[in-house]
Write a protein that binds this ligand. Structure first.
Ligand code: AMP
Length: 282
């Protein structure tokens, strides 16, 4: 296996991408904030299967964190991430510093619209502005043919698809299935924050979504009934506090009253101080 290299400047990243493209190869890109787990690595493997050359970015993007968020605590482990990315098929890791990404004088942001007016967009003001801004910058540095995102962050995948379509960006977005722990909890870098009790009770997210899917499969079409069933399951766990439980249109992210094929059940739940999200397409 050839060594996986780290690139930390915009100039080197652009030059590398230009060389790969000049050689007629396709570039697959997996943007991450590091602390890589099987969820991230499934995207890297998919990128390696679909494209000739895989770049993984590891960057904890400050502009998507609110002052009260966990930016300082967020797990950072670059060398371990490079090793994991390489084993999964990445050729390069792009790991810029904050000064490289946001040098003095930086003042331009990408502000996504209506698809951010619900769910995480409501709970985390400015979050998707940070995500859309950093992804635009990363896409311009890496110049991928395809970029790979997880369904786990469902609203984010919609925001990115809209970003690419609305700004006429020249790449395809591929959304890959959520990877779960054996007991059903969606993998997340933030699962590390959970105490043993919180970890156990965090199963209520998946349990609620599975229940909603079961009800929908059995013919229940009322969003209110599904939401009530999901809330009931979560509220039985004393350490869980609901941020939102919603049933939304897969493209507009607006609440719907009636479940149709493709409608998405989405939720965000605090387990103690840790906010977890998950979703299920009905
Ligand atoms: P993050 O490092 O949390 O910003 O995530 C980077 C990418 O990995 C995003 O596209 C996420 O949706 C994706 N991702 C995170 N967790 C999972 C998971 N459990 N399954 C699939 N993709 C995931």
């Amino acid at each position: 296996m050839t060594a996986c290299h780290i690139i930390d400047t915009v100039e080197d990243m652009k030059a590398h991408s230009a060389r790969v493209r000049a050689g007629g190869k396709t570039i697959g890109f997996v943007p991450t904030m590091g602390a890589l787990h099987e969820g991230h690595l499934s995207l890297v493997r998919r990128a390696a299967a679909d494209t000739d050359h895989v770049v993984v970015s590891v960057y904890v993007n400050p502009t998507q964190f609110a002052p009260t968020d966990d930016f300082d605590e967020y797990p950072r482990q670059l060398q371990a991430d490079v090793d994991l990315a390489q084993a999964a098929g990445a050729g390069f890791v792009f790991a810029p510093s904050d000064r490289v990404m946001y040098p003095d004088g930086f003042c331009t942001y990408v502000v996504p619209g209506s698809v951010t007016e619900n769910l995480c967009g409501l709970s985390r003001p400015g979050f998707f502005r940070g995500v859309a801004t950093v992804c635009t910058k990363l896409f311009n540095c890496v110049r991928p043919h395809k970029a790979f995102f997880g369904q786990k962050d469902y609203q984010q995948s919609v925001v990115i698809r809209r970003l690419v379509a609305d700004m006429n960006m020249d790449l395809d977005i591929v959304v890959c299935p959520t990877v779960r722990e054996p007991d059903g909890l969606a993998m997340s870098s933030r699962n590390k924050y959970l105490s043993a009790q919180e970890r156990e009770q965090a199963l209520c997210l998946h349990e609620a979504l599975t229940t909603a899917k079961g009800l929908a499969d059995a013919g229940e079409r009322g969003a209110a009934a599904l939401i009530a069933a999901m809330r009931k399951i979560i509220e039985q766990r004393p350490l869980a506090r609901i941020d939102y439980v919603s049933i939304v249109d897969p493209d507009t992210i607006e609440d719907v009253d009636v479940v149709e094929a493709g409608t998405v059940a989405v939720l965000a739940v605090f387990m103690g101080a840790t906010r977890l999200i998950d979703n299920e397409i009905l």
